[in-house]
Each structure stands twice: as C-alpha cells, then as structure tokens.
Design a protein around this ligand. Sequence first.
Ligand code: HBI
Ligand code: FE
Length: 288
Amino acid sequence: MSDFEHVFETPPPGAAADWTIPQDWRDYTEVEHRTWSTLYARQMQVLPGRACDAFMRGLDALPLDGGIPDLALLNEKLNALTGWTVVCVPGLVPDEVFFDHLAHRRFPSGQFIRKPDQLDYLQEPDIFHDVFGHVPMLTDPDFAAYMEAYGKGGQRAASLGMLPNLARLYWYTVEFGLMREGEGLRIYGAGILSSATESVFCLEDPSPNRLGFDLERVMKTLYRIDDFQQVYFVIDSLEQLKRETLQDFGPIYTRLKGAETIAIDAVLPTDQVFTRGTQAYAAKGGRF
Ligand code: HBI
Ligand code: FE
C-alpha cells in the first residue's frame, strides 16, 4: 500500500532477508559528505527556535555534524540513550519489513544521499532525511516508545486492513507533526526538520491550517506526499503522543471501518483551531 513508486517485492541483490545492507561508510565521496554538510548548515540556520527542544537536545547528543555520520559510532550513543539503532536499507522497504524493524527499535535509513542538484526536494528518503530528520527525536524516551508502538501497531493494522489509517497517523506525526511548546508551536516531524523551506512554511506561512491533534480525526484525513502540507496537527507533548498510541486501537478501528475520509483542507466544527489557513499556497498550484 506504499505511496511511493520504487518499492521492490523482495530484497535486492546484496541485501539481507530483513532488507538491511552495509553502510560502507568509507565509500562515501567527498562530494557526498559535502552535500550532508551543506544540508546540515542550512538546517542550523532555520531550526533553532523552530524545532522542538527534544530535537535540539538529540542533535547535541549525537555526532551528526561533520559529514555523513558513521552509523557504527552514532549507534553507540543512540543505543545507550533509548535502545534504538539505525540500520541501512536500499530505499523504501515493504510495510511489513519497515514495521518489524521499528517494533524492534531499529530505524531503517536509506544508505544513499541526494545529488547536489536535489538539495531541496526528493521523493525517496535518503540518509539526510532519515538520520538528520528522524534520529534526533529517537533520543527522547517518549518518542522512542511511540515509534516502537507504531511498529507493533503496524503489524496489527496490516492484518486488519487498516494500514491507510495508520499511515495517516505516521504522516501527520512522525513526518509532519507540530507541538505546542512554551509560547508557540515547534516542529517535531522529520519531513519538516529535514527541509529548510517547509521548516519556515509550516510555522509562518498563512496558507496551511494548524489544528489540534485528534487521533481518530487524523486517521481519517487525506494527505499529500509531493508538496508542502495543507494542514498540520499540533500535539501538546510527546508524552501525549505515546499515551494515545499505547491504547488499544481495536475500538477505534471498528469506528473507522467504512467512515468517510476527511478532505485535506477541511476545518471541522469539532477542531481545535490554532490557525485557519488561507490555503493561498495550494490555490496557486503549490510546488514551492
Ligand atoms: N521504508 N525505508 C523506508 N522508510 C519509510 O519511511 C517507509 C518505508 N516503507 C513503508 C513506509 N515507510 C510507510 O508506507 C509506512 O509508514 C506505512
Ligand atoms: Fe521519513
């Protein structure tokens, strides 16, 4: 059910049965390390004051500054903090493989890095998105527990035919989530944290709706994978995210079976509205 095009059915040559491949850190070129450093520097221009505290603390705790990280060294630090490790995969892996890794506190990361002419946008997750965007959040104990629960829930959702619903939860939290923190809103979603332009857009542009997180509502909300989001959902804390996800989704799935989906730009009477967006960006046709 993946949204992406290039998903293989079986592990490609050179990959293990669980789809992992060696990082071969020594084989990255100077140009590839420079791509990482350029992206890292750009994010450091925009993230302080926009990324949530847990992400900034994770960045400090991990060796991510200085070219593409050697995952063996990164994993020593990460594993000591929350028991998570990062493993390399060739690209997108089948849902059940992805969930099995998460359920065992292994985060699958693309091994490759984007080309210098793709700094702003690429559809498949590369090591910059996966490691810079996702891994700092895995140093937070509540978020670490949420991701493991998501992996276990994915296996169950798949067997119940509820994967589209669970994938929406992932999208609007792990990838594009905002959080209330201090005076304002902060970013914790990796799809935003690895994008200089969306990091500003998601908080400051008048176009998108910013709505309070509601688990069932989110599971019904459509999303777009190829442009800035038209709606962001705001959690109160990472602890809330963990708590809501550790509950039994069985009764929720029963209610969701056959329920209508919710349009991407809808604002419902029951929504907690932080910002009612103009939707001007999408109306103009989007794509930056
Ligand atoms: N594979 N490598 C990789 N990374 C992902 O984020 C990913 C995946 N396979 C499936 C998948 N995500 C999603 O479709 C699930 O969250 C539903
Ligand atoms: Fe991602």
